[in-house]
Write a protein that binds this ligand. Structure first.
Ligand code: IPM
Ligand code: MG
Length: 369
């Protein structure tokens, strides 16, 4: 059997290892039933890496990530590591891997599954059939801008600084990803910034407008201030197709959009680098965090990580049929009434992480019968 590529699995902290274990079962299923096999490595990231080697991401694991065709990550963080200095915190491992792999485009779909439309905090008619894609810039902006830090300014006073900064190149390359994705969807892009207040936002608007005129004039482009976008997402979310925005606004708006779908436990994401002759670096992860409050209980929802794996098959390996099969299996188990605790609804069967995994495998088996 031929291997189709190198996969690095980084389960991380909290519920990360529990949900990743279910993806492992899908990987085995694909090898047996679809002749799709990967060379798999596993590594540590976040608090578990810190406990192991004193840093949230070791150089060796970083090197494995650079050598992999795709990385699948669980989640990082937890109260155990909250008091660590900034450069040791679990989140630093995530930021380092994003930055060093050059993963500037973060794709965060917010899709409402029919079976879950009532789990949304909005009324069913507002969210039924919702399918929006947030493209978040991931390696620039205020997350990485210099100067930054906390300094003493005398008299018992301190000063904390972060810098929001974007260049033409950073804006254009993520804009291009958004337009290319919109081409295969509803052909509409909404660019989000605060150009009424911020120079970096004004530059963002001007560069996206220029890119649109030069390369994508046959598609629809709208601009929106970030605060208005936050409001429109809860007022009338279906007005959006693709939203493209900076690192910080994307962080916030994607959490908001996630909640529209009923559960953070359902949403996958992909972080992509520049496509070149050697392919494209990519990391896939659920949008949810490490959920330390329920870690170790076997009750976490594995579906966001499973759907992240489907995105990995689609974007990094062009395995559309296998990605379709996994997404269909997810819909099938939801239609069959299976629910982990986070998406439990009246009359539905509350199942554990591994029983959800069992159900997915049964649905996949059904599909090939
Ligand atoms: C996310 C998270 C991260 C971020 C944290 C964990 C560093 O909130 O992926 O959205 O802020 O980017
Ligand atoms: Mg976030």
């Amino acid at each position: 059997m031929a291997q189709i590529g190198k996969l690095l699995l980084l389960p991380g902290d909290g519920i990360g290892p529990e949900v990743m274990a279910q993806v492992r079962r899908l990987i085995d299923w694909l090898a047996t039933h679809r002749d799709v096999q990967f060379a798999i490595e596993e590594g540590l990231i976040g608090g578990s890496a810190y406990d192991d080697c004193g840093a949230p991401l070791s150089d060796a694991t970083m090197a494995s990530a650079m050598a992999a065709d795709a990385v699948l990550l669980g989640a990082v963080g937890g109260p155990k590591w909250d008091a660590l200095p900034f450069d040791k915190k679990p989140e630093r491992g995530l930021l380092r891997i994003r930055k060093e792999m050059g993963l500037f485009a973060n794709l965060r779909p917010a899709i409402v599954f029919d079976a879950l439309a009532d789990a949304s905090s909005l009324k069913r008619d507002r969210v039924e059939g919702l399918d929006i894609l947030i493209v978040r810039e991931l390696t620039g902006g205020i997350y990485f801008g210099e100067p930054k830090g906390i300094e003493d300014i005398g008299g018992g006073q301190r000063r904390g600084v972060n810098t929001q900064v974007y260049t033409t190149e950073e804006i254009v390359r993520v804009g291009r990803v958004a337009f290319e994705l919109a081409k295969k969807r509803g052909r509409r892009v909404c660019s989000v910034e605060k150009s009424n207040v911020m120079e970096s936002g004004l530059l963002w608007r001007e560069e996206i407008t220029k890119l649109h005129g030069a390369e994508y004039a046959d598609m629809e482009l709208a601009h929106m201030y970030a605060d208005n976008c936050a409001m429109q997402l809860v007022r009338a979310p279906k007005q959006f197709d693709v939203i493209v925005t900076d690192n910080l606004f994307g962080d916030m708006l994607s959490d908001e959009a996630a909640m529209l779908t009923g559960s953070l436990g359902m949403l996958p994401s992909a972080s992509l680098g520049q496509a070149d002759a050697g392919g494209r670096k990519a990391l896939y992860e659920p949008v949810h965090g490490s959920a330390p409050d329920i870690a170790g209980q076997g009750i976490a929802n594995p579906l966001a990580t499973v759907l992240s794996f489907a995105m990995l098959l689609r974007y990094s390996f062009d395995r559309q049929a296998e990605a379709d099969a996994i997404e269909a299996a997810v819909r099938d188990v939801l239609d069959g009434g299976m629910r982990t605790a986070d998406i439990l609804q009246p009359g539905m069967a509350k199942v554990s992480t591994s029983v959800m995994g069992d159900a997915l495998l049964r649905a996949l088996d059904k599909g090939i019968a």
